[in-house]
Design a protein around this ligand. Structure first.
Ligand code: 5GP
Length: 212
């Protein structure tokens, strides 16, 4: 099967976590790359499942050793995608979906140029603020940082191949899923296409000579 990385970026509160979780529940051909972070775990988060939670020293060692396909500081904490995580999912025959901020997405696309970059936008800023405050897990300062970052992230939308508005969860998930299907049929991704088409052309040539 043709597999590739799918990068989802969005301002916090746009709903990308829900979207990728739904996609993974609905499609057996999509796996997740567990990121590393120096952020402390939130209640209910499990090490190795939600993130690999690292100390700043551990993170720096991996960064210096070139283990990350991308890394960035987001909301005052370091985040990074391990090359090995990505390759593990791809070589297992699945697309790998990743939740990466805009700085990381640009770096990642250089490391894995076959990636599909999708930006999720909220239907309105009111919805974004409502989703961020409803979560109730962040302090006022953290919320302010996230709103400022959201502004910066929206400026980088030009780096993405697709934009999906999360107005309605079901239809946003369906649109991302449709993008994955469409990308699988992209000509540039087809393995041995030249050989296959050369075979068809040669076969047609044979048919044509039978008729003339
Ligand atoms: P959170 O701490 O709320 O889980 O994530 C905060 C932000 O970090 C989100 O915008 C998310 O996209 C970003 N993020 C999560 N994992 C990674 C990663 O591996 N690399 C980068 N660059 N950003 C990440």
């Amino acid at each position: 099967m043709i597999t590739f990385p799918i990068v989802l970026s969005a301002p916090s509160g746009a709903g990308k976590t829900t979207i990728y979780r739904r996609l993974m529940a609905e499609r057996s051909d999509i796996g997740y790359s567990v990121s590393c972070t120096t952020r402390p775990p939130r209640a209910g988060e499990v090490d190795g499942v939600d993130y690999h939670f690292l100390t700043p020293d551990e993170f720096e060692q991996k960064r210096a050793a070139g283990e990350f396909a991308e890394s960035a500081t987001v909301h005052d904490h370091a985040y990074g995608t391990l090359r090995t995580e990505v390759q593990k999912v791809l070589s297992g025959g699945k697309h790998v979906i990743m939740d990466i901020d805009v700085q990381g997405a640009a770096q990642f696309a250089r490391a894995f140029p076959q990636s599909v970059l999708i930006f999720i936008i909220p239907p309105s800023i009111d919805v974004l603020v409502e989703r961020l405050t409803r979560r109730g897990t962040e302090s006022r300062d953290v919320l302010l940082t996230r709103l400022r970052n959201a502004q910066g992230e929206l400026h980088e939308i030009g780096r993405y191949h697709y934009v999906v508005e999360n107005d309605d969860l079901d239809s946003a998930v369906a649109r991302v899923s449709a993008i994955v299907d469409a990308e699988m049929t992209r000509r540039e991704r087809a393995p041995k296409l030249d050989e296959q088409v050369a075979g068809l052309i040669a076969r047609l040539e044979h048919e044509i000579t039978n008729y003339v």
